[in-house]
Design a binder for this molecule. Structure first.
Ligand SMILES: [Zn+2]
Length: 353
């Protein structure tokens, strides 16, 4: 887990406070600070006083506060705060002082007091709306890249393409627009595959693969989603610089690059959560309908998923290296059932939305 609570820092601060060593002024019983003439409060003390849970992600420097049904997202160095998905602006950025996260004094009056005394619904700024209208299906490998090769010679690229085409047909029957990264036995570079989804502004990207392992007994079905990447912040900045955002002008009140990057970062996290949700649905349906062994939903830094700006999953439909599972995958009825399972999960995903 990348998310850790920094209680230790709080205790260091508390010790300093009790010893009278830190520059601490008391504001309503809460440790307060004057930083360059601006009044700040300790976020930890504020959360403690109000019984608010909080998590601090050391890598992305995002802070998530939650209580009851409310969620507040903050980020070190940023004035923008998302309160239940609604952007609000502080006069001064969230900061760190003597090892503890501090928030401008008006954060309490402007956001916390009103939120936890009486909840006033604010004008909703929507995250990008995802209705499942357009799905990009990616049949893994192709052309001179055969992928895994089964014990009796089945080639992953053919298995993947057959399932991908079946899935495409089933989704089209549901009125969903389908874009195939390949519909023939051709080689498509990995980057281009995900760019097809980004450029088409697809609602989902589903990559179909078959597995292989040196352990011949290994069987099962698994789904991967784009894992948290240390480069996410850089990627968010890149996206802010290069991508058409299509989020609507209302999304920004000050369209600075930094803010755009922050929003992209939030969107990546949001897409990742959606990818996991879809992955779980796929596993549930496949387990129920095919009685398949499920190896789980896992994060991975697969190149084909990297850079996806839409919810994206990579489905490993079974192990060609296991002769039993290779036999299943050679059976068109079984491949159809897998395609149906993925289709049903996508419809469940859309219904839940
Ligand atoms: Zn593969």
């Amino acid at each position: 887990m990348f998310t850790r609570k920094i209680y230790t820092l709080y205790f260091i601060l508390l010790t300093l406070y009790l010893c009278g060593c830190a520059t601490v002024a008391t504001r309503g019983g809460l440790p307060g600070y004057s930083i360059n003439g601006v009044d700040y409060l300790s976020l930890v003390s504020l959360c403690d006083a109000k019984g608010i849970n909080w998590e601090y992600d050391l890598i992305t420097r995002n802070i998530l506060m939650s209580k009851d049904k409310h969620r507040i997202n903050l980020r070190l160095g940023e004035k923008m705060v998302l309160v239940d998905g609604v952007a609000q602006y502080l006069k001064h950025p969230v900061d760190i002082y003597e090892g503890t996260v501090v928030v401008p004094l008006n954060f309490k009056g402007q956001i916390l007091d009103s939120l936890f005394k009486e909840y006033i619904p604010l004008k909703k700024i929507t995250m990008p709306t995802v209705l499942i209208k357009k799905v990009v299906i990616d049949a893994g490998h192709g052309g001179n890249d055969p992928g895994a090769i089964g014990r009796t010679g089945s080639r992953e690229k053919h298995v993947n393409l057959d399932i991908a085409k079946r899935l495409g047909t089933l989704l089209k029957q549901e009125g969903i627009q389908v874009i195939m990264t390949r519909s023939t036995d051709s080689f498509i570079p990995l980057e281009r595959r995900v760019n097809i989804a980004n450029d088409a502004q697809a609602d989902l990207f589903v990559s179909v693969h078959s597995n292989a392992s040196r352990v011949k007994s290994l069987t099962g079905f698994e789904v991967y989603y784009p894992a948290f990447d240390i480069d996410d912040s850089r990627r968010a900045l890149y996206a802010a610089e290069h991508a058409k955002l299509n989020l609507g002008d209302s999304f920004y009140s000050t369209p600075t690059l930094n803010l755009k990057a922050t929003l992209w970062d939030i969107i990546y996290n949001y897409d990742r959560a959606e990818s996991i949700r879809l992955g779980r649905l796929i596993c549930n349906v496949v387990q129920r309908d095919l009685n398949c062994k499920i190896l789980g939903v896992k994060g991975a830094r697969f190149q084909v998923l990297k850079g996806a700006r839409v919810p994206a999953v990579l489905v490993e439909v079974g192990f060609l290296s296991n002769s039993g599972e290779e036999n299943f995958l050679k059976n068109s009825y079984y491949r159809q059932k897998i395609a149906q399972g993925i289709k049903d999960a996508i419809l469940d995903y859309a219904r839940d939305y």
